[in-house]
Design a protein around this ligand. Sequence first.
Ligand code: IPE
Ligand code: IPE
Ligand code: MG
Length: 245
Amino acid sequence: MTMSSKIEKTSGTPEHIAIIMDGNGRWASRRGNPRVFGHNAGMKALKEIVKACPDLGVGFLTVYAFSTENWKRPQDEVQGIFRLMVKYIESELAELHKNNVKVGVIGDWSAIPAEAGVKLQDALKTTKDNTGLVFTIALNYGGRRELTEAFRKLAAERLADGVTPEALESIDEEAVSAYLNTAGLPDPDLIIRTGGEQRLSNFLLWQCAYSEFIFTDVLWPDFGREELENCIEEFRRRHRRYGGL
Ligand code: IPE
Ligand code: IPE
Ligand code: MG
C-alpha cells in the first residue's frame, strides 16, 4: 500500500470503490435504441470514472462488467458487450498506461471470447508495473463461484497435507481471502450500484462484509465525475463502526 493512500484513508476518502454498473439497457431503451447502445454509452461513462478516481484520491476501483449470470442474455447482446470491450481496450490502453493505471481482472475470463481475452492479456501485461490506480474489471465474475473455488483449492491443499487439526485450524479468514480472485486487494470501502436496483447480484459477497453501500437511480451511462463526487461526499458522512461503539 502506498503512503499516500494511507493519508487519504484517514481523511475519509474511500480507498477502494467498487461499482455495479447497471442500467445500460434501460438507458438505451428510453432512447428507442437497441441495448448495445447503452453498453457503448456505459463504456464512455467508465472512461470518465477511471480518470476521476486518481484525482479524488481513490486508489482502487473495481467494476462489475459481466456476471456469471449474464450469459443468460441473448447471444447478440453478449457478443456486443465483448466487442465493445475490445474497442474500449484498443482505444484506452495507451491512455491508461500513460496515467500509470494498473489493470487487473477478476472472474473466470478464460471463458470469454478469444479476441477480448487477447486484448485483456495485453492490457495486463502493458500496465503490470504501474503504480497508480489499481483498476480491476470483474468479468464472468460471480461471488459464489469465487468462494466455491476457494474452498475447493483450500480443501485440496489441506488434503494433500493430511487433515490434521492444525491444518483445519489454518483455514482462517485470512486464508480464505488469499484464495479469492481479489487476493491482494483491500476490501471495498464503498460499493455503488447505479440503475435503481438494490441488490448485489453475486458481486464481492465475502469482501463486502463491512462495505458502505450507495444505491442510486442514475443509470450507468449518466454516471459521471459529479455523481462520483456526490457518492464520496455521502461516504464521508457515514460512521463506520465495525461492530464497535
Ligand atoms: C449493466 O446494464 C451492464 C451489464 C450487466 C453487462 P444492464 O445491461 O443490466 O442494463 P439494464 O439493467 O437492463 O438497464
Ligand atoms: C449486475 O447487473 C451485473 C453487472 C452490472 C455486470 P444485472 O443487470 O445483471 O443484475 P440483475 O439481473 O438485475 O440482478
Ligand atoms: Mg441490469
